[in-house]
Design a protein around this ligand. Structure first.
Ligand code: TRP
Length: 336
């Protein structure tokens, strides 16, 4: 039985925590990769926490300078995509003191060598434009363990790049339980079934590469971006992800929007060439996202509401974190 089936059978047996760094607007890669899946989990009745990881962008100067705006944009994307703040808890980890306090005992459970070996941290360090690596960057995975364990989440929908962090979270939970008694679950990763979407230049879709189509883009912007997307010289359109990655990713995008098989979309376009392909993709994206975009525009008119959603989420997450911290203190003999 796959995890999907188990979740459908027993949604109350799961608690989900997942989220994003507030680096700007979410794009189609985020949407089909994780966001849509989160909404589905929520709608199945799984208790869901969505974290705005604002401490994880402090090491990125450009982002840190416009933090408030990025955080609000992220919350808007969540709400527009269907995360319902009455059922799911959207919060910023900086606003939950008891969550952050878990980091200290957790740090005692991992070695400096383990942190130094973490491939995701190594990769981020390699790509960071900073002269020196901050201590915070090294401790991201431990902080992320606190993000996940404060609410005792047992299911974490993430991309492949986050698997090392999740493995460390499991290690922290196991070591804590071994040393102090059973407090934490060992959470499992939930990888998206959707293949990775390529950006308009044919490499992985990513905001920092400037090749992404934002969820919040207008229909015209979307048309322009897709028009400029890379294809190949072969006129007849076929779905062949290995041999024709750019064309196939566009087909996949249309197919995801229309809930169809990309091969079927390809057959329909056939000899129409790249121009017809791009028309099809543009229409599919704009049509699929129209309700989401309309909701987002409506929600963006009321920034006070967006902030209120976040404050309420912070409070709810705070209560959960306090309860867990009390247990942790008791287990550690620190309940004075
Ligand atoms: N590190 C994640 C990212 O870069 C963001 C994140 C922070 C996260 N804390 C988390 C994701 C906890 C899942 C669970 O996207």
């Amino acid at each position: 039985m796959g995890p999907g089936e188990e979740i459908r059978r027993n949604p109350a047996g799961f608690r989900v925590l997942t989220g994003d760094r507030p680096t700007g607007r979410l794009h189609l890669g985020h949407y089909f990769g994780t966001l849509k899946g989160r909404v589905e989990l929520q709608d199945l009745g799984v208790e869901t926490f969505v974290i705005v990881a604002d401490y994880q962008v402090l090491t990125d100067r450009d982002v840190a300078e416009r933090l408030q705006e990025h955080v609000e944009d992220l919350v808007l994307d969540y709400l527009a995509a269907g995360i319902d703040p009455r059922r799911s808890t959207i919060f910023a980890h900086s606003a939950v003191p008891a969550l952050n306090q878990l980091m200290l005992p957790f740090l005692s459970l991992v070695s400096v060598a383990e942190l130094g070996r973490n491939p995701t941290v190594k990769d981020e360090i390699a790509h960071s434009r900073q002269a020196a690596v901050s201590g915070l960057m090294f401790t991201y995975p431990v902080h992320q363990a606190a993000d996940i364990l404060f609410c005792k989440a047992n299911l974490v929908p993430v991309g492949r790049d986050q698997l090392p962090h999740l493995e460390l979270t499991r290690t922290v939970a196991r070591r804590f339980n071994d040393r102090y008694g059973a407090v934490f679950p060992e959470p499992a990763a939930l990888l998206s079934a959707a293949p990775v979407l390529l950006g308009t230049d044919g490499t992985k879709m990513s905001k920092s590469r400037g090749n992404a189509i934002a969820l919040a883009a207008t229909a015209d912007e979307t048309a322009r971006l897709i028009k400029g997307a890379r294809t190949d010289g072969e006129r007849h359109i076929t779905y062949n992800p290995d041999g024709r990655p750019e064309v196939s990713s566009l087909l996949l995008l249309a197919a995801l929007c229309q809930d169809r098989d990309p091969r079927e979309v390809a057959e329909e376009i056939g000899g129409g060439g790249a121009a017809a392909l791009k028309r099809t993709v543009t229409e599919a994206v704009n049509e699929h996202l129209a309700p989401l975009r309309a909701r987002r525009i409506e929600l963006a008119r009321d920034r006070a509401h967006v902030r209120a959603v976040l404050r309420a989420g912070n409070e709810r997450a705070g209560e959960r974190a306090e309860a867990t911290l009390s247990e942790v203190r008791a287990a550690m003999g620190m309940a004075y």
